[in-house]
Design a protein around this ligand. Structure first.
Ligand SMILES: [Zn+2]
Length: 437
């Protein structure tokens, strides 16, 4: 598999540093360093002319307009169509050698394996935001993709199964490389596995001509340019993989698909999880999710929205139990610390539930016990939204192995443990500061 890919890369003009070695394992290809690599070394140089995008595929001259609810879905399904078309051309496609190196089956993204353990967890929240469902993909294939491909002379017949696979490859392996190509399959760049601690980064000039992709002067510039300059730079514009740290011989080389991805995000976006992930979280997508049935929540939300970022920061300053780096989102971090915004929302709930108290939120930071009862309600509401939320951790771990080894179960279990640790911490506060219910 790696020999065929390397041969294709050479023909296509992709430069791969001799110190990189490709190995095959059960998940596909991986990249290792055969010799030591220094910081800032350029390891792979990929001409943009050989990425697979809607601009470079065999369908690029066919006008394609797929109706989708969001721009990111639109870009992903459009590229999936182009990828499927190339795949169905088999040896006729100029990307054939590259396509042969890709996984034969669909990447096991969360959307392909609906699982009851995802209920009420971050997997469910991220699925809503980022992924199309199986039903949506199948409808899209039948109503929009197939009519486009029906008249093309293709070696392989396009099927729903092949479209799902193409979509999964785009969702998990495509990169946004610039304004002209947009989302693209980038040969060799997509072979690096993900780690939170990566050793390479992709670099690409994003600002290019929207009409022809030229990096420097071109015929579409408003100011007249020297005709000799035109066209040369277009051919040399590349996507580069560059070492971000020294790499020892024998070490696997990882890319980071995006900063700070939690296991729920990895599972939804890429179909895998990490054994230990410092970026795991329990999130609430909107403040309404926190206490869906709370009658007083409108007043609490109004108060929460009226507080400025600076006030949040000063109110939580010095509170060890609050994560203060990201003040905008509602979450528990992997140490079961509340985000500042979540702390504030609980404080606003506590404040509006207690008419007699002062409106000074900073006082609450000195009386954490007043948050205990609202914390308990939030905890119970989150558990109630989850599959088997009434079972204890011991009962969960006693379930059949086939269930507990599943990514969705593992993520649900981790959320449960974080919620419990958080609830225990804030639930005991009421006893230490003399607060009575
Ligand atoms: Zn141009």
């Amino acid at each position: 598999m790696s020999g065929e890919l390397l041969a294709w890369l050479r023909t296509a003009g992709v430069k791969v540093d001799d110190r990189l070695a490709l190995r095959s394992d059960e998940t596909g290809l991986t990249v290792f360093a055969s010799h030591a690599i220094a910081l800032h070394d350029i390891l792979v140089t990929i001409p943009k002319s050989c990425v697979l995008s809607r601009r470079t595929s065999s369908l690029s001259s066919t006008p394609v307009k797929l109706e989708q609810s969001s721009e990111s879905h639109q870009a992903a399904v459009t590229l999936a169509l182009h990828l499927l078309h190339e795949q169905c051309m088999a040896e006729q496609s100029r990307f054939h050698g590259y396509l042969q190196s890709m996984p034969k089956d669909a990447v096991p993204l969360a959307t392909f394996e609906p699982n009851e353990w995802s209920q009420g967890t971050d997997v469910e929240h991220h699925l809503h935001e980022r992924s199309l469902s199986l039903e949506q993909l199948d409808t899209l294939f039948r109503d929009q993709i197939l009519p486009i491909l029906r008249d093309a002379s293709l070696t392989i017949r396009p099927t729903c199964k092949l479209f799902r696979r193409a979509y999964s490859l785009v969702a998990s392996r495509a990169f946004h490389i610039d304004q002209y190509h947009g989302l693209a399959m980038v040969p060799m760049a997509d072979v690096f596995n993900h780690s939170a601690e990566s050793q390479v980064v992709m670099q690409s000039d994003h600002i290019v001509c929207l009409q022809c992709g030229a990096l420097f002067e071109c015929e579409h510039d408003e100011l007249p340019t020297d005709p000799d300059v035109i066209s040369q730079d277009h051919a040399t514009d590349t996507v580069d993989m560059i070492a971000t740290s020294p790499i020892a011989a024998g070490q696997e080389i990882f890319n980071s698909y995006a900063p700070r991805l939690s296991n729920a995000q990895l599972y939804v976006g890429y179909g895998f999880t990490l054994d230990i992930n410092p970026h795991d979280r329990v999130t609430w997508p909107t403040p309404r999710n926190l206490l869906p049935d709370e009658a007083s929540s409108s007043r609490a939300l109004a108060l929460w929205r009226s507080v400025q970022t600076a006030e949040i920061q000063s109110a939580v300053a010095g509170l060890d139990l609050v994560h203060d780096e990201d003040t905008s989102a509602l979450f528990l971090d992997s140490d079961a610390r509340m985000s500042a915004s979540l702390w504030l929302l609980l404080a606003c709930h506590a404040q509006t539930a207690d008419q007699t108290s002062s409106q000074d939120l900073s006082l609450l930071s000195r009386e954490p016990g007043r948050l205990a009862s609202i914390c308990d309600k939030v905890y119970q509401a989150r558990l109630a939204s989850m599959h088997n939320g009434g079972l204890s951790v011991e009962q969960l771990l006693a379930l059949p192995e086939a269930q507990i080894t599943h990514h969705a179960f593992q993520i649900a279990l981790n959320e449960r443990l974080l919620l419990q640790a958080w609830h225990a911490e804030w639930g005991t506060q009421r006893h230490t500061d003399g607060c009575t219910e």
